[in-house]
Ligand binder design. Structure first.
Ligand code: ZN
Length: 87
């Protein structure tokens, strides 16, 4: 799948250079802070959480600090454009 430069998700995600200092790993989402029960994919806003509900993904790609989360399909779709550093 080729991603167009005007893909709607690129309006939400930051520039490739912004993410280039992070290395990414596939992780199960866990609560790292009290009262913090979900994150969103940087690009498509997919909810990633440990909550058991419809339309919630439980795993995703994230940096070491788990500050940024990218869902499986966005990570795959943007891999050529973003050249993710994998752990
Ligand atoms: Zn996504």
């Amino acid at each position: 799948m080729t991603i167009e430069n005007d893909d709607w998700r690129l309006e939400f995600g930051k520039e490739p250079s912004f993410y280039s200092k992070y290395s990414w790993s596939w992780r199960k989402w866990t609560r790292t802070r009290p009262h913090w029960d979900h994150d969103h994919c940087e690009f498509c806003s997919q909810k990633i959480s440990d909550l058991d509900a419809e339309n919630i993904q439980h795993e995703g790609w994230t940096d070491d600090e788990e500050t940024y989360w990218v869902c499986k399909s966005c990570f795959e779709d943007f891999k050529e454009m973003y050249q993710w550093n994998l752990k």
